[in-house]
Design a protein around this ligand. Structure first.
Ligand code: ATP
Length: 212
């Protein structure tokens, strides 16, 4: 069978159990050979993150350490200029070949913002999109995406066999965890323990990240 690769991009500032549990479930539901977390270097759409690139990468590496079935792809952090998802997917597609099935995984909030992404209509020529529910976001999907969803959605993840071009809404275990919430807990000197891996929290404490 052709190789099946999933990518979950994000700032991971910090990585948390909402990311990790979703990634694991996507990997299992779609029968992926690998699921890579791809930390973004200088996110084109976001405010400056609270931890620097190296620290965010360290935390993601700590989070997937051991037998988690998840990998880290650091290519966006190694680039000099802002990294666009479409460019990353072009590189991964070139490496994996046309036979590979590529899946870009994103939460509902990120999906609703898709029309603001650089060259977004080309994404479906490169990969399929796996859209995760986010219980902590109640967003209306833009009209342009409604039409696209009507045309491209695959309702049963087990039916997602294409190499690219499909939209796969996934009802994973809902975890209302966000990096914003974790940063604000830390800023108030409250504990975010059990919202993220212990190893990541230990790193945050050792480095004194997200302090008021
Ligand atoms: P912030 O609160 O700083 O915006 P975040 O928690 O949304 O951060 P990101 O690194 O921006 O984390 O997220 C990377 C990807 O993971 C995005 O597509 C986002 O929608 C998705 N995601 C983040 N948290 C969850 C969650 N709890 N459940 C499902 N998807 C999530």
């Amino acid at each position: 069978m052709n190789r099946r690769i999933g990518l979950l991009g994000g700032t991971f500032d910090p990585v948390h159990n909402g990311h990790l549990r979703s990634a694991l479930e996507v990997r299992e539901w779609l029968g992926l050979d690998e699921l890579r977390l791809v930390p973004s270097a200088r996110p084109p759409h976001r405010a400056i993150p609270g931890a620097d690139a190296e620290q965010r990468l360290d935390m993601v590496r700590l989070a997937v350490r051991g037998d988690t079935g998840l990998q880290v792809d650091d290519r966006e952090l190694l680039r000099e200029r802002p990294s666009y998802t479409v460019e990353t997917l072009e590189l991964v597609r070139a490496e994996a070949g046309t036979d590979a099935a590529l899946f870009f995984v994103l939460g509902w909030d990120a999906f609703c913002a898709l029309p603001s992404w650089h060259r977004w209509p080309e994404l479906l020529d490169l990969c399929s999109l796996v859209v995760l529910q986010r219980p902590d976001y109640d967003l209306e999907v833009p009209e342009v995406l409604k039409d696209l969803m009507a045309a491209r959605s695959v309702t049963d993840p087990a039916e997602a066999r294409a190499t690219h071009g499909e939209i796969i809404p996934l009802v994973q275990t809902p975890l209302a965890i966000s990096a914003t919430h974790i940063r604000s807990l830390l800023a108030e000197r409250r504990s975010p323990r059990f919202l993220l891996p212990d190893a990541v929290l230990d790193y945050i404490e050792t480095k004194g990240l997200y302090q008021p």
